[in-house]
Design a protein around this ligand. Structure first.
Ligand code: NAX
Length: 328
C-alpha cells in the first residue's frame, strides 16, 4: 500500500468530528486502498476530549489508519497535510449579531489559512464545513499565496443531499434516480436549490413532481431551513448528516464519483453566470480528474432562478464586506 494521505480535521472533539473521524479512518473519504494519517486540531480546552476520541479510533483497529496526531499547534496540525477539513468554528453565542460571528470566525480562519498556506503541502485540498462556511473559505483562501485558492472549497453537499431526499420522498423514487441537483450560492437560508436541470429517472424533475407550488414553496424552504428544523427537534445541530456530506464532497472531488453529471460545491467564482469573481459560491461542478473540478457551463436560467441566484450572491457580497479588513 502507498504512503498514507495526511488528513487534518479541525474541531475534532465536536459533534461532527465524532461522526466524521471514524468514517475517514474506515476508508470512506479516500477509498479503501488509501492509508490515512490523521492530524486532529482542537482548542487547548478540548484536547483531553479529543484524546478520548483517539482512544476510540485506536480501539476500532482500522487497518487503514496509520497514525493519529492531536494538537492545538497549527504548524504541527497542518504540517505536510494533503487534505484539510475545517470543521471547528465559533458558534453563535447569546446576543451575538451575525457580523460579530463573522468577525470571530474570521480570526480563526485567517490563522488557519496562514498556517495551511505556510505548512501544508503545496497542493493541499481544503474543505470548509464550519459556518459561515463560504465566507470562512474566502478568508482562508485569501491567505493562499503558495497554495492554490482554487483548491479551497466550502461544503454545500448537505444541502444537495437534503434536496435530493425531499424530491425522492415526494415522488417515491430512489435517491440515486435523482441526478444533477444544483445548489447555488451561500450555505444559508438564501441558498438556491435549483431543480430546473434535475432529472428523476431520466425525466425532468419538474414534470415528475408536477407540483410547481410545492417546488417553489415547501421544497425550497425545507431545504433552506432544514438545519433549524433539526435543531428544534434534536436540540442539537445536524452532525452525522453533515459528516456524511463532508465525506461525499471529498470522495466525489477525489474520485469523480457523482450520481449524475455534476455535484454542488462552493468554489472560487471565475465569473461564471455573472457571479462576482473571487467569491466562494456554490455552483454545480463536474469532476474531470482526481482533485480537479470545473464549474458546469451553459446552464440556462429563467427569471425565477436568476433572481434567487442574485439574492444569495448579494448576501455573500455583504458578508465579504463585513470581513473585508481581514482578507489577506
Ligand atoms: P461543535 O460545537 O460540536 O464542535 C465544534 C468543535 O470545534 C469544538 O470541539 C470546538 O472546541 C472546536 N473548535 C472551535 N474553534 C476551533 C479552532 N479555532 N480550532 C480548532 N477547533 C476549534 O460543532 P459541530 O456540530 O461539530 O459543528 C461544527 C461546525 O459545522 C459549526 O460551525 C456548524 O455551524 C457547522 N455546520 C456546517 C454545515 C454545512 O453544511 N456546511 C452543516 C452542519 C453544521 O451546522
Amino acid at each position: 500500500m502507498s504512503k498514507p494521505v495526511r488528513v487534518a480535521v479541525t474541531g475534532a472533539a465536536g459533534q461532527i468530528g465524532y461522526s466524521l473521524l471514524f468514517r475517514i479512518a474506515n476508508g470512506d473519504l479516500l477509498g479503501k486502498n488509501t492509508p490515512i494519517a490523521l492530524n486532529l486540531i482542537e482548542l487547548p480546552d478540548a484536547l483531553t476530549a479529543a484524546s478520548g476520541v483517539v482512544m476510540e479510533l485506536e480501539d476500532c483497529a482500522f487497518p487503514l489508519l496509520r497514525e493519529t496526531v492531536v494538537t492545538s499547534d497549527l504548524e504541527k496540525g497542518f504540517g505536510d497535510v494533503d487534505v484539510a477539513l475545517l470543521v471547528g468554528a465559533r458558534p453563535r453565542g447569546p446576543g451575538m449579531e451575525r457580523a460579530d460571528l463573522l468577525m470571530e470566525n474570521a480570526k480563526i480562519f485567517v490563522a488557519q489559512g496562514k498556517a495551511i498556506n505556510d505548512f501544508a503541502r503545496e497542493d493541499v485540498k481544503v474543505v470548509v464545513v464550519g459556518n459561515p462556511c463560504n465566507t470562512n473559505c474566502l478568508i482562508a483562501a485569501s491567505c493562499a499565496t503558495r497554495t492554490n485558492p482554487e483548491n479551497y472549497t466550502a461544503m454545500t453537499r448537505l444541502d444537495q443531499n437534503r434536496a435530493v431526499a425531499q424530491l425522492a420522498g415526494k415522488t417515491g423514487t430512489a435517491v440515486d434516480a435523482i441526478k444533477n441537483m444544483a445548489i447555488w450560492g451561500n450555505h444559508s437560508p438564501t441558498m438556491y436549490p435549483d431543480w430546473f436541470h434535475t432529472s428523476i429517472d431520466g425525466k425532468s424533475a419538474a414534470s415528475v413532481v408536477n407540483d410547481d407550488e410545492w417546488l417553489k414553496g415547501a421544497f425550497m424552504t425545507t431545504v433552506q431551513k432544514r438545519g433549524a428544523q433539526i435543531i428544534q427537534a434534536r436540540g442539537k445541530s445536524s452532525a452525522a448528516s453533515a459528516a456524511s456530506a463532508a465525506i461525499d464532497h471529498t470522495f466525489s472531488w477525489f474520485t469523480g464519483a457523482m450520481t449524475g453529471d455534476y455535484v454542488s460545491m462552493a468554489v472560487r467564482s471565475d465569473g461564471s453566470y455573472g457571479i462576482t469573481e473571487g467569491l466562494y459560491f456554490s455552483f454545480p461542478v463536474k469532476i474531470v480528474a482526481p482533485w480537479k473540478y470545473e464549474i458546469v457551463s451553459g446552464l440556462e436560467h429563467g427569471d425565477f432562478s436568476k433572481s434567487r441566484i442574485r439574492i444569495t450572491e448579494e448576501e455573500l457580497l455583504g458578508e465579504r464586506n463585513d470581513v473585508a479588513a481581514m482578507l489577506g
